[in-house]
Design a protein around this ligand. Structure first.
Ligand SMILES: [Zn+2]
Ligand SMILES: [Zn+2]
Length: 383
């Protein structure tokens, strides 16, 4: 079938909105008509070449839509089901999957890096030439063929614009707090970065009952927005940042979430955490980053430093759970949406993201299904 997609021909080249040929789903795949897709920082980092990926490709790795066809082996979703997409199609049988840690699944990684689906081939072609997939999903398109394990069935009561965000940034930030840090009621939580992932960590800390949620971000307006999601204090980085955090938290926080990944942040998070506390690294550092920690304190203070990939989640359980919490009014996910963009203006969204103007930008393909809550403010942000 013919679809409309935004194609990255090469890093830093303008995205092109064109007609592509999308092949039929194979036995373990699903064809999804997208209602909406979120625009994530990783898409922008791939466009600049900071994250290497084959091109030409169709970017986009968080989306939601309606199942249009299923392969012969697919039983967990059917035609007409609403689905949110996960970019970790876990195999279910490797040692990580059977131990309950599907985001560490070893089956998917080679295909993800190669820009193919799980069988090592592509379903996308432009004028007969192959076009790579991105993170199995390639949601900057009207339709996508994805691995069956990437399609997570969700309730029909959830606007698909909201559901489209859950499959990457929200799950990553929420899961770092709930699944990895396991934040306890009354505790103090420090979050570096007030973008989509950081704000999702803030929301999760609030629903976990944290008594104090301190957010650090260089953009002051983002700190104000963070209070909407549950932050109790906001700090702009400074030379005395760690002592300010210690003062605010009565000696140090119980948990620190690094949703930024920038140079020096892990050291600050470590120093601002109390003995016995937990530091979770979520934001992706540069490929050659080699952060250092004070060895004696690591031993003496029994601090736990850990990474968290994709919210250390079990996507097929966590995505519906997060959306039920949205439907119940507990997680204000719709407030993450700053701006809707047309498919041919995604590079404007990248520019707005780099300028710190976006919590989350979305592309809407079907307004009715997306049920896009009025983004505030409804303005075109890019010049
Ligand atoms: Zn992402
Ligand atoms: Zn596996």
């Amino acid at each position: 079938m013919e679809i409309t997609a935004s194609v990255m021909t090469a890093p830093n080249e303008p995205l092109e909105t064109v007609t592509l040929e999308l092949s039929d789903p194979r036995p373990d795949e699903v064809l999804v008509r997208l209602a909406a897709t979120g625009i994530c920082a990783s898409d922008a980092h791939t466009h600049t070449g900071r994250i290497p990926s084959p091109s030409p490709c169709v970017l986009g790795h968080e989306g939601a839509g309606v199942v249009e066809r299923v392969g012969a082996n697919v039983t967990h979703v059917g035609v007409g089901d609403h689905v949110a997409l996960s970019w970790v199609p876990s195999c279910g049988v490797c040692r990580h999957c059977v131990s309950g840690r599907p985001v560490l699944c070893t089956a998917a990684a080679p295909a993800l890096l190669a820009g193919t689906l799980l069988d090592g081939t592509v379903r996308l072609h432009r004028d007969g030439r192959p076009v790579s997939h991105y993170s199995f999903l390639s949601t900057f398109a009207t339709h996508a063929v994805v691995p069956a394990a990437s399609a997570v069935r969700i309730g029909r009561d959830v606007p698909l614009a909201v559901a489209s965000l859950v499959g990457c940034g929200i799950l990553t930030g929420y899961g770092a707090v709930v699944n990895k840090a396991k934040v306890t009621p009354g505790s103090s939580v420090l979050v570096f970065g007030a973008g989509g992932v950081g704000l999702s960590a803030v929301m999760a800390a609030r629903v976990s009952g944290a008594g104090q949620i301190i957010v650090v971000d260089p953009v002051e307006s983002k700190l104000e927005e963070a209070t909407v999601f549950g932050a109790t204090a906001g700090l702009v980085p400074s030379d005395d940042l760690v002592s300010r955090i210690r003062d605010l938290s009565g000696g140090g926080v119980d948990y620190a979430i690094d949703a930024a990944g920038g140079e020096g942040i892990l050291g600050q998070a470590f120093a601002a955490t109390i003995p016995g506390g937990t530091i979770v690294c979520v934001g992706m550092p540069d490929v050659d980053a080699r952060p250092s920690l004070p060895g004696p304190e690591l031993v003496r203070d029994e601090k736990i430093v850990t990474g968290s990939l994709y919210g250390s989640s079990r996507p097929s359980l966590d995505i519906p759970s997060i959306l039920r919490q949205y439907a119940a009014g507990v997680l204000p996910l719709d407030r993450m949406i700053t701006q809707a963009y047309d498919l041919d203006r995604i590079d404007h969204a990248f520019a707005d993201m780099r300028a710190g103007k976006l919590k989350r930008g979305v592309v809407v393909f079907d307004e009715q299904l997306a049920g896009l809550p009025a983004p505030d403010p409804v303005v075109t942000l890019a010049a």
